[in-house]
Design a protein around this ligand. Structure first.
Ligand code: SAM
Length: 415
């Protein structure tokens, strides 16, 4: 039947297009697995946050605080100007979000699968805190001396038809791990070693691990070597990131000097920027940041976070704890100010697209590379970059001070 075709497509791709709305449901584990050849992302590691009882307790505390606050407040406080603007923004998108969520609730065949995405997995194998802090390692004086060793298996294909007698050998190559572009140019996953940790690098992926101070090294020598698709998830300042101390944050003015304009392809680029729901930040992006980068705002996508039972992670109307985050999309137009080029890229970027998924680790965004590929003008391989990345994607360059974070082998299973 038609519906089970849709479901089998989801089981294959990790993306389910919901009926009657601008929404897709994403299973990040399935989407990520399309990147890998010899390894699989472990669902219990991806969803480790929901296995972590300490974190579950925190969530409960947050909501009971909220109830307390609500009870105390007898009269509703009048909203100030900024809160009113934020509320208006929320009211505008609310019908789209509700409709998307209703479509998910109606997709019963999908929900049945979703309820099991992180079920029956047993206890989480990951031990938070035990992982290597790449950020700290990059700060010590020995940082320039640290090398990562890539284990290539050049005879993998030969082995398949060569039978049991083929000797399996492995070619090892070492590269400086910091301030250096480390590339897996092969079409296979590669295992890598750094000190006592192992990492899995997807096919045709690269990382450049450095502090913001070295980001200018990404500026291509030739302008037609720039990027067509740029995803940015900056460490914005906000109460929760500082409280939980998962990573250090930076004041907004630091992002004004990101060389977005300089790393764009001469044909132009699609820029996708994750933002928090703080109204002050939205104003900054619209009035200062996008203009400084030469980006023209085009559309907003929303990531609506749901639980395994399909319900929203928090009430849609909770003022300081929205169950969604925003992805602002903009275009940097190419040097050729060709009106045909503009009109051919504009209409395919619809507004108010909604992506629903269950959240993984703290601040980890769902994998949207595939969805954005559909919208990016003239995409070529090797022309995609993620800034402030914590993981790698096949065909992409990941830059940040910890782009190997989620590549640690404990997050993977061997197929
Ligand atoms: N998109 C990522 C994901 O889905 O997991 C999350 C990115 S997180 C919001 C921001 C990242 O910026 C963190 O990994 C943080 O360590 C990194 N960062 C913070 N300060 C930095 C700096 N000065 N230079 C480079 N990266 C930095």
């Amino acid at each position: 039947s038609k519906t089970s075709d849709k479901l089998s497509e989801f089981l294959e791709s990790g993306v389910y297009r919901l009926e009657d709305s601008n929404a897709v449901f994403i299973d990040p584990v399935r989407v990520l697995n399309r990147s890998y050849t010899r390894f699989r992302v472990s669902p219990s590691a991806y969803y480790s946050r929901s296995f972590d009882s300490k974190h579950a307790g925190q969530e409960a505390r947050v909501s009971s605080n909220f109830r307390k606050r609500k009870r105390k407040e007898k009269k509703p406080q009048p909203l100030n100007d900024r809160e009113r603007a934020a509320d208006q923004r929320h009211q505008e998108v609310r019908p789209f979000l509700l409709k998307a969520h209703e479509s998910l609730v109606r997709a019963t065949e999908l929900l049945e699968v979703v309820s099991n995405l992180k079920g029956n997995l047993g206890p989480s194998t990951s031990s938070p805190g035990a992982e290597q802090s790449l950020v700290e390692l990059g700060r010590v004086w020995q940082a320039p001396l640290y090398e990562i060793t890539l284990n290539f298996h050049p005879n993998d294909n030969a082995r398949e038809d060569g039978g049991a007698l083929t000797i399996q050998y492995c070619e090892q190559r070492a590269f400086p791990v910091f301030n250096n572009l480390v590339v897996n140019e092969t079409s296979e996953d590669v295992e890598a070693e750094l000190l006592n940790s192992r990492y899995i690098l997807p096919p045709e992926s690269s990382f450049y691990m450095s502090d913001l101070g070295q980001i200018h090294n990404l500026i291509p020598a030739e302008t037609d070597c720039g990027f067509n698709l740029i995803v940015i998830d900056p460490p914005w300042e906000n109460g929760s990131a500082r409280q939980k101390q998962r990573y250090s944050t930076l004041p907004n003015r630091y992002f004004l000097s990101l060389p977005v304009k300089q790393i764009c392809h001469t044909d132009g680029a699609l820029v996708a920027l994750w933002v928090t729901n703080r109204e002050k930040l939205r104003g900054f992006v619209e009035k200062e940041l996008f203009p400084a980068w030469g980006v023209k705002y085009v559309a907003t996508f929303f990531w609506l976070k749901v639980k395994a039972d399909g319900s929203l992670i928090s009430d849609l109307d909770l003022f300081h704890h929205r169950p969604y985050e925003c992805l602002l999309l903009g275009l940097v137009h190419g040097k050729v100010t060709d009106s045909k080029q503009l009109s051919s890229t504009k209409p395919i970027l619809p507004d108010n697209q909604i992506m629903l998924s269950m959240p993984g680790d703290y601040s980890r965004k769902p994998p949207i590379a595939g969805l954005l590929h559909e919208y990016a003008p003239r995409l070529q391989r090797g022309r995609c970059i993620e800034l402030f990345a914590r993981e790698m994607t096949a065909g992409w360059i990941s830059w940040g001070n910890e782009p190997l974070h989620f590549q640690e082998s404990k997050n993977f299973m061997k197929t």
